[in-house]
Design a binder for this molecule. Sequence first.
Ligand SMILES: [Zn+2]
Length: 295
Amino acid sequence: MDTLVETALRLRIIDWVQRQAELNGGFLYRHELLSHRIDGMDLPVIDYSRGIRNPQNFTSTLSIVASASGPYDDAESDDGLLHYAYRDGDPWGGDNRKLRNAITTGQPLILFRKEVKNIYTPIAPVYVVDDVPEERAFLIALDESFTFVPDPRNLSVPQRAYAVRLARQRLHQPAFRTRVLVAYEVRCAVCQLKHGSLLDAAHIVSDSEEHGVPTVNNGLALCKIHHAAYDQNMMGITPDYMVEIDSELLAEIDGPMLKHGLQEMHGRTISMPARVADRPDRELLAWRYAKMSRR
Ligand SMILES: [Zn+2]
């Protein structure tokens, strides 16, 4: 396939993946990726059985899957780049050939983090920037600027700091949102709103704090309004899982959003994930709630 045509096609696929993910709440279901069609043709975005998708007429890889256990995935390292292991078989042939091609073509690809069975968080575009034969791994960068770095295997200190910050924004935050939303069955814990595109994963203890870990028990699935109200301390959640609306806000008189959306939530019990380990940690809730009470 002509390079420009291939690039254009990839960008359309990436665009579709991102829009579909946004509709669901930041992730795609396996069946959506497998049944993807473009211009009337079947073009699955992931492979049925392998963690890499190499469409026959593409010069290089379209997507790779990294499985995740907890907040971090199996390809991460402390240099901020992903170290993606060679696929089984011939290191110079098969799937590895098309991954290596991506280094020279510079074609963007999609990285999927498989958070839970059948649920994929897309990170796109990403770029294959180097090959580390002694590690039997490819280096994957989250930003095109790394394709211009002469030796991605030896990043300078500021380059590395940038890569690590990117990983947090483009990898950990979307993954956290997926894991939290899926645990809460894609519903706001306060009002039960169930539109993924209107839901966020709120941190109970902010990730700028040392104990603000990106685990589901430090998260709450909240709609945009309740997330903002929680972050602004207009709404709190007690360690007993009760919703508390700020007293000044409770006394205010305004339209239906204030009345039904906020004031009527006062005193409700939040809905929680089925899995006990995913439920909000009471100590984290208490730490956060104390901040609201001090207002
Ligand atoms: Zn809500």
